[in-house]
Design a binder for this molecule. Structure first.
Ligand SMILES: Cc1cc2nc3c(=O)[nH]c(=O)nc-3n(C[C@H](O)[C@H](O)[C@H](O)COP(=O)(O)OP(=O)(O)OC[C@H]3O[C@@H](n4cnc5c(N)ncnc54)[C@H](O)[C@@H]3O)c2cc1C
Ligand SMILES: *[C@@H]1O[C@H](CO)[C@@H](O)[C@H](O)[C@H]1NC(C)=O
Ligand SMILES: *[C@@H]1O[C@H](CO)[C@@H](O)[C@H](O)[C@H]1NC(C)=O
Ligand SMILES: *[C@@H]1O[C@H](CO)[C@@H](O)[C@H](O)[C@H]1NC(C)=O
Ligand SMILES: *[C@@H]1O[C@H](CO)[C@@H](O)[C@H](O)[C@H]1NC(C)=O
Ligand SMILES: *[C@@H]1O[C@H](CO)[C@@H](O)[C@H](O)[C@H]1NC(C)=O
Ligand SMILES: *[C@@H]1O[C@H](CO)[C@@H](O)[C@H](O)[C@H]1NC(C)=O
Ligand SMILES: *[C@@H]1O[C@H](CO)[C@@H](O)[C@H](O)[C@H]1NC(C)=O
Length: 607
């Protein structure tokens, strides 16, 4: 998909000047001040916690966000432009992963949102909660039943505001109302613009034994298996992020201060309590290009009376822990950082979902490819969005997706245990796009395409995030170590075969003309499918695990079940990095639920 061309067209026509509201940009307004809580990172989780804690007017909170405000930025508001926000834009951290042994030594972009709302302001808006089995496994490995689904499901009601689709179509049969919240904060909606691909896919579910129709794709105690209608974090044709849904209603509270352009460099030890070091001060500098540091000038320090909360995401939180001397002693020594808390698992256990864009040539005339090539059609769609918040751009880029499992008798299970958290949780995901989508490779100038993305869920490969140096402005070394187990490559291979079987259903076989791309065309036996998978797979941006939860007395993790950092005082981690396993779905929903419960845990804490 030629998203970069689309983006430059749209941006030159319509960028809106940021207006910061109550969010502040001047570090001197907070210098040397003390707050009850200092939250590092105004992203998905950080803004949930900031919003919930300041419901009590007696509690003061400072949020430090390295990126800019999200207000008034056109392309993050428009659902269809989701894929244009990152990578390698001013809203991205611009990370690149190290060469991947399981991917022919390839390296590629590893985007993370760098603005208020974090990755929820920059993602593709798919919205789900993982399976009940994902949460029950977390409850069991943490020894805290509070993380089990029977307790977590109430947070769906607090979080979610299910909203009618913008085209006003009858949604009966496309979701199950009792699984949803209608009075929460974040808008979630079904597709608001149909595509010619939708009836083909939905029809095929009526004859497919592998992908039956699933009436609700949100997860929880309703199975994810099968294919159904996508639910997106949007309402009224506009993206709903943690900034628009949790910060916006809280930003005028006198005891909430949000500072943007503030890059946290490290935490500072402030003493000891019960024999362990306290980390209640935070040192930050202005983000590159926005002030006197890091080009020069002294960093600013602020302190927390109660706690510092790290919500800088799987990459940022890992990096800040390590820069603060909380990490694996050997790794810290290698970059000349004095270890204060030897926490061997910081930066380890990195898990992520992979993305393989299986591309097909299709019958001409009903893909989006010509739309994406035509400035006049795009211009009309932009005008429609601006005037009525409807039309193609008010909708996500995808309407249908689904999930599947390996059969119980799959040969791989002779030597490997099932990696899924239970028999209802999927091993892979399939996503149907009515257009050319191939990250990093531009849309060809002619042709109509179908993309069926396969995503490896419940991966068994694990990687690392380590510092490159002790300079907080250096990018860390990110090594997801993708596709390095037999099980992971087996599952990707079976997902490709399974998609080809699904495309043989009548309403799809009369649409698809041929596979696209030399490696795919020749991918007919196991070894050539593996070669194809290794040549094209990238990431679907769901890193977790680098500050994993483990049970209270276990050293096989970084945080306790209440998310306090093991071996430290006054410090918690609340973001995707604490999940020891990647949930069997897209990850923003699980992060929202995690942050809702974490807020309740903090409200109940005694200091
Ligand atoms: C391109 C992309 C597409 C995605 N698509 C989907 C999707 O469709 N559906 C879905 O469910 N999930 C999706 N995800 C994943 C999902 O968005 C993330 O799992 C989730 O948002 C992570 O939340 P978080 O709070 O852990 O981190 P984030 O939301 O990333 O927040 C971290 C925040 O901390 C800030 N920060 C980092 N370091 C520092 C520092 N040193 N000082 C100050 N601030 C700092 C960052 O700028 C950021 O604002 C996608 C992710 C990406 C990147
Ligand atoms: C806030 O503090 C005041 C004065 O101590 C107290 O009366 C009030 O109950 C507190 N409010 C909350 C919500 O805790
Ligand atoms: C909250 O804000 C009010 C009004 O600005 C102020 O009087 C009060 O001291 C603040 N409370 C805390 C805990 O900061
Ligand atoms: C990422 O790259 C873009 C485009 O080159 C640039 O504008 C932006 O400043 C970069 N961001 C960071 C954090 O380096
Ligand atoms: C929506 O469709 C269902 C089932 O087809 C029907 O029972 C219901 O009356 C419709 N609702 C509206 C508002 O038309
Ligand atoms: C499925 O396809 C058949 C035959 O093409 C068509 O008659 C029917 O309307 C389709 N059903 C749906 C739900 O699109
Ligand atoms: C914050 O960063 C943005 C984008 O880089 C910049 O436009 C703005 O001027 C910065 N604000 C301050 C106070 O430095
Ligand atoms: C698994 O079982 C199915 C159904 O009984 C059978 O068709 C298939 O061949 C079996 N596969 C293997 C690998 O044994």
């Amino acid at each position: 998909m030629n998203f970069s061309k689309l983006l430059s067209f749209v941006v030159t026509s319509l960028i809106v000047a940021p207006s910061l509201g109550a969010t502040i940009t001047d570090a001197s307004q907070v210098a040397s001040k003390t707050f009850d809580y200092v939250i590092v990172g105004g992203g998905t989780a950080g803004l949930v916690v900031a919003s919930r804690l300041t419901e009590n007017p007696n509690v003061s909170v400072l949020v430090l966000e390295a990126g800019i405000s999200d207000e008034g930025i056109f392309q993050i508001q428009v659902p269809f432009l989701g894929p244009t926000v990152l990578p390698n834009t001013p809203l991205d951290w611009n990370y690149t992963i190290v060469p991947q042994a399981g991917m022919n030594g390839r390296t590629f972009a590893y985007p993370r949102g760098k603005l208020l709302g974090g990755s929820s302001s920059a993602n593709y808006l798919f919205h789900q909660y993982g399976t009940d089995e994902d949460w029950n496994r977390l409850g069991s490995v943490s020894g805290d039943a509070g993380w089990s689904w029977s307790n977590m499901k109430k947070y769906v009601q607090k979080h979610e505001k299910f909203t009618p689709p913008v085209d006003g179509h009858n949604t009966t049969g496309q979701f199950i109302p009792k699984l949803h919240g209608f009075n929460g904060l974040t808008s979630v909606s079904l597709p608001g613009a149909s595509t010619p691909l939708d009836p083909r896919v939905i029809n095929a579910t009526q004859t497919s034994s592998e992908y039956p129709f699933n009436q609700d794709m949100s997860g929880g105690d309703h199975s994810l298996l099968g294919i159904g209608w996508l639910q997106s974090s949007a309402g009224g044709g506009v993206r709903s992020s943690s900034s628009t849904s949790y910060l916006a209603p809280a930003n005028s509270r006198p005891n909430l201060t949000v500072l943007v352009n503030a890059t946290v460099m490290k935490l500072i030890q402030t003493g000891t309590k019960n024999g362990v070091p306290s980390f209640k001060s935070v040192q930050f500098g202005s983000s590159p290009g926005t002030g006197s540091t890091p080009g020069g000038g002294a960093p600013t320090t602020v302190s927390a009376k109660k706690e510092v909360i790290l919500s800088a995401g799987s990459v940022g939180t890992t990096q800040i822990l390590q820069l603060s001397g909380i990490g694996n002693q050997r790794d810290l020594q290698a970059v000349k950082i004095k270890t204060i808390v030897n926490s061997p698992k910081v930066g380890y256990n990195l898990g992520d979902h992979t993305l393989l864009p299986n591309l097909y040539n299709v019958q001409p005339g009903s893909s989006f490819d010509d739309f994406l090539r035509d400035p006049n059609q795009i211009n009309d769609a932009v005008n429609q969005w601006v005037t009525t918040k409807t039309g193609r751009l008010a909708n996500n880029v995808v309407n249908n997706f689904g999930f599947a499992r390996l059969p119980r008798n799959a040969t791989i299970f002779k030597k490997n245990k099932d990696p899924a958290p239970g028999p209802k949780s999927p091993h892979w995901e399939v996503i149907f796009g009515n257009f050319w989508f191939n990250p990093g490779i531009p849309q060809p100038s002619t042709g109509d395409f179908l993309v069926v993305v396969s995503v490896l869920l419940n991966p068994t490969s694990r990687g690392t995030i380590k510092l490159k140096s002790n300079n907080p402005f250096d990018k860390p070394l990110i090594d997801p170590n993708y596709l390095t187990t037999d099980l992971d490559i087996f599952t990707m291979r079976e997902s490709v075969k399974s998609i080809n079987r699904f495309l043989a259903e009548p309403t799809l076989s009369n649409y698809v003309v041929s596979r696209f791309g030399d490696n795919f065309v020749s991918a007919d036996d196991d070894s050539s499918i593996d070669a194809y998978v290794r040549s094209l797979t990238t990431t679907i941006f769901h890193p977790v695990g680098t500050a994993s939860i483990s049970s209270k007395n276990s050293n096989n993790g970084v945080v306790n079940p209440d998310l306090t950092v093991k071996g430290a005082d006054g410090l918690r981690v609340i973001d995707a990095s604490v999940f020891p396993f990647v949930p069997s779905s897209h990850t923003q929903g699980p992060v929202y639920l995690l942050a809702e419960r974490a807020s309740d845990i903090i409200k109940a804490a005694k200091y």
